[in-house]
Design a protein around this ligand. Structure first.
Ligand SMILES: CC(C)(COP(=O)(O)OP(=O)(O)OC[C@H]1O[C@@H](n2cnc3c(N)ncnc32)[C@H](O)[C@@H]1OP(=O)(O)O)[C@@H](O)C(=O)NCCC(=O)NCCS
Length: 206
């Protein structure tokens, strides 16, 4: 079962955030957040409104993520002055679709636009990489990102991810523009990284 102990962290501008494993009760707010971020950023693989499962379907998906030993969906939430918790983003890893691909996981992440640029993404990604390094059987972490998504690419590079592939014109937008997709990877177990790739060693890669 893939869960981690909840933890309290502080953003660079002094706001308090709770990190915890996703829960089935997050189903509706999680879909709403993903659709809003897809719409406002244009840098997720999905489009705004595309995540439209029923609440029950999303709850079942979340239960499946929690039950899978190689899946972790870490969410961030902030308790407002009104005492209500609000989801701010997620950082997740999921294994490849077949048995022969379960030694690597694919990373995805998104942060509410009012909470970007204050270190939250870096904190969340570091905790997820720590979890991957400590989880038996996970050897490396892969991700796909728009080549033009400078904040994300810089974040990934700063933690040791390196480019392993480029897919030209991977995304076709409704306005007719085409966008390239970068595949990056970081190893999390010692002694396995191919030449030119880095290994995560806890808050840094080497
Ligand atoms: C990409 C994303 C997750 C980054 O999260 P974040 O919380 O804003 O990032 P952080 O504040 O932790 O910044 C971490 C590093 O990323 C880089 N970075 C962040 N914002 C940046 C910006 N606007 N320009 C350039 N680099 C930037 C920096 O290297 C930064 O390190 P530094 O603060 O020490 O300089 C966030 O911008 C986001 O959710 N974007 C929309 C969805 C998306 O594109 N997700 C990624 C899909 S692959």
């Amino acid at each position: 079962m893939a869960t981690i102990e909840p933890m309290q962290v502080t953003t660079r501008d002094g706001r308090s955030v709770r990190l915890r494993t996703i829960h089935p009760d997050d189903a509706l707010p999680f879909m709403a957040l993903a659709n809003a971020i897809a719409e406002d950023s244009g840098t997720l693989g999905m489009s705004g409104g595309e995540l439209n499962y029923s609440e029950q379907q999303e709850r079942d998906l979340i239960r499946g993520w929690i039950d899978d030993a190689h899946t972790l969906v870490l969410v961030a939430e902030h308790i407002g002055d009104d005492g209500v918790a609000r989801l701010l983003g997620d950082c997740s890893v999921r294994p490849g679709p077949r048995r022969k691909m379960r030694h690597h996981v694919t990373l995805g992440m998104m942060i509410d636009r009012h909470w970007r640029g204050v270190g939250l993404g870096k904190i969340m990604l570091s905790r997820v990489l720590d979890w991957c390094a400590a989880t038996p059987g996970i050897e490396h972490v892969r991700l796909q990102v728009y080549t033009s998504n400078t904040p994300a690419v810089r974040l990934y590079e700063s933690l040791g991810f390196r480019q392993i592939g480029l897919s030209p014109q991977y995304f076709l937008h409704p306005d007719g523009t085409r966008h390239d997709d970068l595949t990056m990877a970081l190893w999390v177990k010692p002694g396995l990284a191919p030449t030119g790739m880095a290994t995560w060693r806890g808050d840094r890669a080497s």
